[in-house]
Design a protein around this ligand. Structure first.
Ligand SMILES: CSCC[C@H](NC(C)=O)C(=O)N[C@@H](C)C(=O)N[C@@H](CO)C(=O)O
Length: 656
């Protein structure tokens, strides 16, 4: 279509990104945070109200220029609470807004350390704040000011953890739960009197729940505070009492996501069973509040539970389940019947359910960003409520894509997404851009990726391929765990087989094949660099290059499960890309961000220096202000530009 332009990095940054929707208790209103980006590298999130009454009405309900997040409805639906930092606020505070019509938001809290993890339970708003225990709010405000003025930037630690993904943690501060009456009043500490903090990092509203009668609190925290390896457990306490009980002390791996049933009789949570293995498929558990019995459900169902919401009658759940390269809504009952899929194609997530059973979700595909709508739980039909991005997407010729299956390592079936450029002509030969996903225990699903947008790469004039190699999630527990502790053999074989499979297609030019991957995908790209490969060039982003060094980094690869290098050095030696440097000869673009604490930046520099030492054509792109992911608009546009220039240099784009 002449009038349309292909998907591009510039278009990606024009799109508005819809967050997790929240449906009102009566199912008639949906509130969704919507983030927009401008050309000055600034972003803004406002809350939008979508009507679920067939009218298609939608409007922003928070002010322009004031970021807003974490919306929660009051139990009656008459009010909405959210977190915002506006006017004189030094940190995010709770604001309240009537839902009946236009009105001014009023501020509820003045917590110097800020609020997060908001929930509205009965008369109270509960929130998390990272505080200095046993200090008054005034003392904390003074301390924050003193820290700002003393010009000392040092952190000190005597225990773990010291960092979380892209920032360092202040060991003196702890995450605690508080509550405040929604009608106004004093903030009350909830977890401090228990002498227990919540998880030291990454904790949020999904890590606690209050029973419908307001009497009990269930929350997740580590049962090994200060330790290198944490074991998240679910604790239960009667509010007002001083001692919480660990409900999951018998399990050495993580238990998380506590959720009381609407009738208050059961507490559900998710359980992994293998300590130190984040890819372990989580099982659904319930704890009976009456008998104290804990039960595992659907033990033989070869899927992990995620994104659960209770049905209003407390008989079961809907969940957003990783299912063979799509994320589908499933109905999961507690009556012994097997879970059943509700939706068909595309990815669903961020489920929210009303008291009358109206189910709201995000839906996205590889060709369109997140949309918000209701899911018919009988037919699986999606009724869209928003019109976000329609104008922009109407100008885009998005190309096509399909799911294919090929034979990988040892003849196993491997699923792969293949994208074709707009105007693809199968009688021409195209270059191939092989994409290698991270994790490794994740999957490339039917969703709209902003950082690695396969259709954007395709639109440059490449056929792109995303194989879900051994280790990917959603294909069963055995498949996910098939690459442990040997991270190399099967995924390498699967990627080579994918290249081979596509090279045999008439529309692929096998002399124009490149590969690119980030994180674990960067690790596997570095492995490919040291082995025989058909690629003319590689893009190696946030790569693990020296597995020994990575073993002691933030994501201490396999250490907890398979033992450290001083006990089992052979596991790591065989699989470290740096041991194969002798063979490096494929031109490589190395990319790394300074604030990447998941795969520390030294790994990228070491790889680049080695390539230069060996005289292999290479280029290093270093972002001093980015983390494991390139998140700002300007840097992301730069990233796409660098990647495009590099792959174009070695594999000319377009059909010939
Ligand atoms: C091998 S060290 C850590 C790798 C990291 N794994 C985890 C559990 O954090 C990883 O691969 N993360 C991916 C989710 C990731 O960052 N993927 C890249 C590329 O697919 C991304 O940009 O999302």
């Amino acid at each position: 279509d002449d009038e349309k332009t292909p998907l591009s990095a510039e278009v990606l940054w024009k799109l508005e990104r819809a967050g997790a929707p929240v449906v009102s208790p009566d199912g008639t209103m949906v509130v969704v945070p919507l983030t927009t980006y401008d050309e000055d590298n600034e972003s803004e999130t406002r809350l939008w109200l979508l009507a679920n009454d067939g009218s298609g009405a939608q409007r922003p309900i928070t002010a322009e220029g004031s970021a807003a997040s974490s919306p929660v409805f009051s139990p009656s639906g008459a009010q909405l609470a959210f977190i915002s930092k506006r006017n004189e606020d030094e940190a995010g505070q709770i604001y309240l807004l009537p839902t009946a019509g236009p009105g001014e938001a009023s501020k509820l809290t003045d917590v110097p350390t800020g609020v997060s993890g908001l929930r509205w339970e009965g008369e109270y708003l509960y929130f998390i704040s990272s505080v200095w225990p046993e200090h008054s709010w005034e003392e904390m405000a003074d301390r924050l000011k003193a820290e700002e003025e003393d010009h000392i930037s040092a952190f000190t630690w005597s225990e773990m953890p010291y960092s979380f993904f892209d920032h360092y943690l202040n060991e003196d501060r702890k995450n605690h739960l508080f509550r405040i009456p929604a009608a106004g009043g004093d903030v009350e500490p909830v977890t401090e009197p228990l002498g227990m903090a919540m998880m030291p990092a990454g904790t949020g509203a999904g890590d606690y729940d209050v029973s419908p009668d307001g009497k009990h609190l269930a929350f997740v925290t580590t049962s090994t505070p200060g330790a290198v390896y944490s074991n998240g457990d679910v604790f239960l306490v009667e509010l007002g009492k001083k001692k919480a009980r660990n409900l999951t002390s018998d399990n050495p791996a993580n238990d998380y996501g506590p959720m009381f049933s609407p009738d208050g009789k059961q507490l559900a949570f998710a359980r992994q069973r293998i300590a130190g293995f984040y890819g372990d498929q989580a099982k659904l558990m319930t704890y009976s509040m009456a008998s104290g019995d804990t039960q595992m459900h659907h033990e033989d169902w070869d899927y992990g539970v995620s994104g659960l919401v209770w049905t209003p009658d407390s008989s079961g759940f809907y969940g957003a389940i990783d299912d063979k390269a799509t994320r589908r809504v499933y109905s999961i009952s507690l009556d012994g019947n097997a879970p059943s899929p509700v939706t068909k194609e595309n990815d669903y997530g961020a489920l929210s359910i009303a008291d009358n059973g109206v189910l709201v979700a995000q839906r996205q595909s590889a060709l369109h960003p997140v949309r918000i709508g209701t899911v018919d739980t009988q037919s699986g039909d999606f009724n869209r409520l928003d019109a976000f991005n329609d104008e922009v997407m109407a100008t885009v010729d998005a190309g096509t894509y399909e799911s294919v299956t090929y034979k990988g390592h040892n003849g196993a079936d491997i699923q792969m997404w293949v994208h074709y450029p707009p105007g693809f002509n199968p009688r021409k030969e195209y270059p191939l851009m092989m994409l290698i996903h991270g994790g490794p225990h994740g999957a490339i699903s039917d969703n709209f990726h902003y950082r690695w947008n396969a259709q954007t790469f395709a639109s440059w004039g490449y056929v792109t391929a995303w194989p879900n190699f051994h280790g990917s999630s959603g294909f069963g527990q055995d498949f996910v765990d098939a690459i442990n502790p040997d991270w190399t053999t099967k995924p390498y074989a699967d990627v080579m087989a994918a290249a081979d499979f596509l090279a045999q297609k008439k529309f692929i030019d096998e002399d124009r094949m490149v590969a690119a991957g980030g994180s674990y995908g960067g690790y596997l790209s570095s492995i490919i660099l040291g082995k025989e490969n058909p690629f003319k060039a590689l893009v190696i982003h946030a790569a693990v290059y020296d597995l020994y060094a990575q073993m002691s980094a933030d994501f201490a690869v396999n250490m907890e499960r398979f033992g450290p290098y001083w006990e089992n050095p052979e596991i790591y030696r065989e699989q470290s890309p740096h041991y194969y440097a002798k063979n490096f000869n494929t031109p490589s673009l190395v990319i790394h961000g300074q604030n990447d604490l998941r795969v520390p930046v030294g790994q990228g520099f070491e790889l680049y220096r080695t390539l230069q030492t060996k005289g292999v054509e290479s280029r290093l792109v270093y972002y001093p202000d980015e983390n494991h992911w390139i998140l700002s608009r300007a840097n992301s546009l730069h990233w796409y530009g660098e990647v495009r220039d590099w792959v174009s240099k070695f594999a000319e784009p377009g059909g010939k």
